[in-house]
Design a protein around this ligand. Structure first.
Ligand SMILES: Cc1cc2nc3c(=O)[nH]c(=O)nc-3n(C[C@H](O)[C@H](O)[C@H](O)COP(=O)(O)OP(=O)(O)OC[C@H]3O[C@@H](n4cnc5c(N)ncnc54)[C@H](O)[C@@H]3O)c2cc1C
Length: 414
């Protein structure tokens, strides 16, 4: 069976569905192929940085998420073993004060976000199929994708095929995109919990105590998403039947006044953890194919950039497709050169930021603690330049020098 579409998107998660909405709203004939019939909580992005929120607004998608339960979170509290809790609360700052036109960050459950965007893609006129299996892809001037749905096989030959099928992308693997990655350095895992706590629903934190780096993101009502980043050596503590209990226990921290309340919350999802190194490609395009979101390579999630990266991809790729009044005859691999170039530099800067944050917050022991204290003093008190704000305000928002190795070396110097 064959049907006529200008664009077929493999993967109807965050970026695939967002792309589906934008294209369908512009009259492009688009089909979205999604594997899952019901979106699962696999522990993915629940915190959207300010620069991602800005992309969401530019794409005209922000209302879809806020109407489906997304909440704006505008405070950061720097709880950490290096400062007393009262001082962390005194140093808390409002994200929008980081610069002009900086929106608050947005927090929302990943499955709920996927569902809201996917439904909006359908409402905008995209054809969405859920439950597809056995995807097979071919690149070329007229790419093709075949898939099975309820044991029936289908083949489509659109003008363009977009791979938006996430970090284990079948499109990326079948077409042998050349990928690079950093060596694994630690594990990051998260769990959704529910319970009465005094955690403010307009604030998030990211800090370190002992041998864990902890992050807390509010999810509305009485819910919090808890993340822990820890060494591979500590893996046994957070695997097996007691892992949820041990994760909650780990939040009984001296530097965290609500730690005791948080430790008494009820897990309402499984705890999953992942090795969190960067994966990237220098060219996410081929004839007839463009990869976006995690399929095009994903950043170390320690800085929570994946949602923002995916939305930026959607904007840049859709802007290219919109040239010449969305004429599919004008779409070829060279049209995507500006996307390739911009993404290369964007991901390079975010890798510098991720490596800096990882070394700062997710290396443990006395020497690492002192190094973190020095770097924090240098940035917050002495005004040293640093790449870290890019994780909130966007990699392009800081000068190029902030990503130079000499800057990072100066922050960490003894
Ligand atoms: C532990 C962890 C924490 C994270 N925390 C954050 C955070 O706080 N903030 C942030 O911005 N980012 C975070 N991220 C990253 C973020 O989750 C991803 O970057 C983001 O979800 C990418 O969106 P996507 O649409 O590319 O992929 P996904 O959201 O993974 O969507 C891919 C979709 O493709 C579908 N699919 C997969 N294979 C196929 C197939 N063969 N055929 C059809 N469909 C298929 C999947 O079912 C899914 O719906 C985190 C990641 C991890 C691992």
């Amino acid at each position: 069976m064959s049907e006529d579409f200008d664009v077929v998107i493999v993967g109807g998660g965050i970026t695939g569905s967002a792309m589906g909405i934008v294209l369908a709203r512009s009259g492009v004939r688009v089909k979205v192929l999604e594997r899952d019939r019901i979106y699962q909580d696999r522990v993915r992005g629940e915190f959207m940085a300010s620069w991602g929120v800005k992309e969401l607004q530019r794409l005209g998608l922000a209302d879809i998420l806020t109407e489906a339960g997304g909440i704006f979170v505008d405070h950061f509290i720097p709880y950490d073993e290096n400062i007393p809790a009262e001082m962390a609360e005194k140093f808390a700052f409002e994200i929008p004060t980081l610069g002009p036109d900086i929106p608050a960050t947005l927090c929302m459950g990943h499955p709920a976000m996927c569902k809201a965007l996917n439904q909006a893609a359908m409402a905008a006129g995209a054809e969405v199929v859920r439950g597809v299996k056995s995807i097979k892809i071919q690149s070329g001037g007229k790419p093709s994708v075949s898939y099975k749905l309820d044991d029936e096989e289908y083949t489509l030959q659109p003008k363009l095929l977009i791979g938006a099928d996430g970090r284990n992308s079948v499109v990326q693997r079948q077409l042998n995109f050349e990928m690079q990655n950093d060596p694994p350095h630690n594990l990051l895992g998260g769990m959704l919990v529910e319970g009465k706590t005094s955690w403010p629903q307009n604030a998030f934190t990211a800090g370190t105590e002992g041998n864990i780096h902890f992050l807390i993101f509010p999810q509305g009502k009485d819910r919090l998403r808890l993340y822990l980043c820890y060494d591979f050596d500590d893996r046994a503590r957070f695997t097996g039947p007691d892992r949820e209990k041990n994760l909650l226990e780990a939040f009984r921290l001296k530097c965290l006044p609500m730690g005791e309340e948080i430790a008494q919350c009820k897990p309402i999802s499984a705890f999953h953890s992942y090795s969190n190194e960067d994966h990237w490609t220098d060219n996410p395009t081929m004839p007839g194919i463009v990869l976006i979101g995690d399929a095009a390579g994903h950043c170390d999630p320690i800085t929570g950039q994946g949602l923002s990266i995916g939305l930026r991809d959607v904007r840049i790729v859709s802007d290219i497709l919109a040239q010449n009044n969305w004429n599919p005859d004008d779409w070829n691999q060279t049209s995507f050169a500006p996307y390739v170039e911009e993404r290369q530099e964007r991901m390079r800067r975010l890798r510098v930021t991720g490596r800096y944050i990882t070394r700062l917050r997710a290396e443990f022991g006395e020497e690492a603690r002192q190094r973190r204290a020095r770097a924090s003093h240098r940035t917050n008190v002495e005004g040293f330049p640093s790449p870290s704000a890019s994780a909130l305000i966007g990699p392009e928002a800081l000068p190029a020098e902030n990503y130079e190795q000499s800057i990072v070396d100066a922050l960490f110097a003894p």
